[in-house]
Structure formats: structure tokens, C-alpha cells
Design a protein. Structure first.
Length: 247
């Protein structure tokens, strides 16, 4: 989208934070000074952000954020639009940056194994993983998000919110044991917790590194049907990372 002038970034990182309230004020000031809009969520388990603005200002803010050693590993996913798809800048402190209500699941202490888009593409193309095991894709998103699009053949447990995922996963555990399970979500944050929970349930689960947006960037529409819902005014992105609605 060479003609689009607004850079949108999404990013998250599970990293221990002992001062989310103090960070809130500092990041609000820094993002506001750069004219950015969107949402930054902070919790003791890490950071989750969705921001939009001019490319120089968005990337400058992220670069400054990475100078804090706790955020040095932060990776962003970029897309473009003709206008800023957020009405204001909001910086909030939450109990969790993605609510699961399972405090024993702590990705800030170590993430579940991840599968790259390239590896997953190879598995899906051949119909099994490298050891010949069946690959099962589990969509960890809410039902209304899945309705916009998902991977062909992915399991969809019709949850209304992520806090319902653990119960659904436990109910379907026996269908997953003995298979190679890959959890996925929009940008990676939900499937990171989901994979850890599944592993605690005795399932050999992995997370799709970079989520659906990372898949679109690396593999386009391969094995995908539809669009990907996003939580801003664009509503959904197609596999070329262009806004399907509202841009």
C-alpha cells in the first residue's frame, strides 16, 4: 500500500514489570508527544500495544521503548492505512495484558515452543509434521473473530471470550493428545498462553510465531480462508495486510 500514509503497529511482549503504573505515565507522555493514537496495555506480565501515526514517529517510539532492556526483544507487526484507525491514545494498567484468569500460566517466565510460518507451511503442504504426525490447528480467538476468516480445517470451539479457552481445551483434550497441535491468534499473544495451558494438559502444543498477521506477511493467503479481524476501525485485514473494510 504505497499510497497509504499511516503506519499501524501491533506488538506484545511477556516480560516481568514491577512498575506498570509508573510506566503508564512515561509511555503516555512519550506516545502523546509523537502524536500517536491507539492503545497500550501494561501489566506485571508485560506489554501489549496497538499504535498508529506517521512512520517516523511510530518507529521512533518503538525504538525508544526497546532501549529499556525489558523491552529489547519487542517485535512489531506493521500494516498501512490511509487514516489513523483509532480515536484517541489510551494507556492502561491491567491485571493481565490478555485476560485468561489462569495465574499459573506465566509466559513471562518462559514461552511455549513456537513454530515459524515457514515450518507450519511445510507441514500443512505435506499434511503432517516432519515426523509424520497429524497437525491440528486450534483457533484461540473469539467466535465472532473466527467468522471473518481462519485456517482451513482449524478447530473452532466457539468461545465468546478468551477466559473460556481453558475449559474448552480441557473438554477437548483427548482429541488432541498424540497429535502436533499449533495454536494461533491474531498477533500471537493469546496463542502464547494457550500453548502453555495445552502443554500443562499433556498436549504437545506449539504457538504460531507472529500469529495470523505474521503468517500473512510471510505466507499470504496460503491455507487461509477469509480475512483477519482486527480491533480497530479497519475491522479486518486481508492476507495482503490491507484493510478490507473502512480504510
Amino acid at each position: 500500500m504505497a499510497s497509504a500514509s499511516t503506519l499501524n503497529v501491533s506488538a506484545y511482549l511477556f516480560t516481568p514489570l514491577d512498575d506498570p503504573a509508573a510506566l503508564r505515565e512515561a509511555l503516555r507522555e512519550q506516545a502523546g508527544a509523537r502524536g500517536l493514537r491507539g492503545t497500550i496495555l501494561l501489566a506485571e506480565e508485560g506489554i501489549n500495544l496497538f499504535l498508529a501515526g506517521s512512520a517516523d514517529e511510530v518507529r521512533g517510539f518503538v525504538d525508544d521503548l526497546r532501549t529499556d532492556a525489558r523491552f529489547a526483544a519487542l517485535q512489531t507487526k506493521e500494516s498501512w492505512s490511509d487514516a489513523v484507525p483509532f480515536g484517541a491514545l489510551r494507556v492502561k494498567v491491567k491485571r493481565e495484558i490478555i485476560r485468561m484468569d489462569r495465574p499459573e500460566v506465566r509466559p513471562q517466565d518462559g514461552r511455549a515452543p513456537a513454530v515459524s510460518p515457514e515450518t507450519l507451511r511445510r507441514w500443512l503442504d505435506r499434511g503432517s509434521d516432519d515426523d509424520g504426525r497429524e497437525v491440528v490447528l486450534v483457533d484461540t480467538r473469539n467466535a465472532f473473530e473466527v467468522d471473518h476468516g481462519t485456517f482451513a480445517g482449524a478447530l473452532d470451539w466457539r468461545i465468546d471470550r478468551f477466559t473460556q479457552f481453558p475449559a474448552a481445551a480441557s473438554a477437548h483434550r483427548d482429541e488432541l493428545v498424540g497429535k502436533t497441535v499449533v495454536s494461533f491468534c491474531t498477533g500471537g499473544i493469546r496463542c502464547e498462553k494457550a500453548a502453555l495451558y495445552l502443554r500443562d494438559e499433556g498436549v504437545e502444543a506449539y504457538q504460531l510465531d507472529g500469529g495470523i498477521l505474521g503468517w500473512f506477511d510471510a505466507q499470504g493467503a496460503a491455507h487461509w480462508s477469509g480475512d483477519c479481524f482486527v480491533f480497530d476501525e479497519r475491522e479486518a485485514l486481508d492476507p495482503a495486510l490491507a484493510a478490507r473494510v473502512g480504510a
